[in-house]
Design a binder for this molecule. Sequence first.
Ligand SMILES: Nc1ncnc2c1ncn2[C@@H]1O[C@H](COP(=O)(O)OP(=O)(O)OP(=O)(O)O)[C@@H](O)[C@H]1O
Length: 302
Amino acid sequence: MIELTDLTKRYNGVPAVDNLSLRVSEGEIVGLLGPNGAGKSTTILMTTGLIEPDAGQIKIERHIMQKNPLLAKAKIGYMPEDVGFYPGLTAADNLDFFGRLYEMEAGRRKKRIDELLVSVGLDGVSTLVGGYSKGMRQRLGLAKALLNEPPVIILDEPTANLDPVGVSDYRKIVRQAAADGAAILVSSHILSEVSVICSRIALLSRGKLVADGTWQEISDQGSDLIVRVEGRLPLPEFSIGGIRSVSYTPDRTSAVIVASQDIRCEIADAVTSAGVPLRNLQIDSESAEEALLQRFRKEADA
Ligand SMILES: Nc1ncnc2c1ncn2[C@@H]1O[C@H](COP(=O)(O)OP(=O)(O)OP(=O)(O)O)[C@@H](O)[C@H]1O
């Protein structure tokens, strides 16, 4: 369990993290999301005990970080954006080194390392870590964070360098760790990634927690949706409640509709009733993400 209470950190008098309270329970994957400079790294560094807050408390399992840093840190598996490894050793030897530091018993260490190398797709790789790509280092970083089966896992931008197979492996591993009871905090600035894997999202803007809930709950909080619709013939006029604006392409076969709620069914009805075969109808998720962040940013500034 991670429990952050009223955390504040200032740099030169300016708050990088401002009175932040957040809880991640056993079995939960919480996404710490926000644009550049929102305070994600500062929050993670405080939570892992690498920097001290100016105010507030960090509790990891039963231990208060400021009072018992060694006990608290021993419960955390942490994957920073760039993990340091010994370049002259293989993945297995690097993990073995960390396993010894964690005082894992030899048999358990070997079994766990073998399992993890398979999960992250690095089994049978004999290249020394110095010759690894960024993505391979990130895979190994995930294995290191999970090595001693910690009850708390903290991952900083874990998919930044991964290819689609790597992302899929990562999701499986993290979901399994949560199913096994770990409390997991993942920082990211990519909403689509966080919304796939996380049971809850904590949205940060300028150091403040501006929203905390499931992706559905956050996106349902009155944010505008952008819907793209394409027909095989010119589209009709839309007179549907909830539409804020419609922009047609010059040939009118496609349109971008801004709406206050999800009106995809009503749009489909209107298009097919006008005798136009539907080619495509979808929510434009990237624009929706940007609209959401802008709205929460405005609220945080108000
Ligand atoms: N060591 C530092 N000294 C001075 N200011 C800092 C320091 N670290 C962070 N800041 C400032 O604190 C604010 C929050 O930064 P932080 O790195 O936590 O954000 P972030 O959400 O992790 O951003 P990014 O996605 O770019 O990594 C920013 O305004 C940043 O400039």
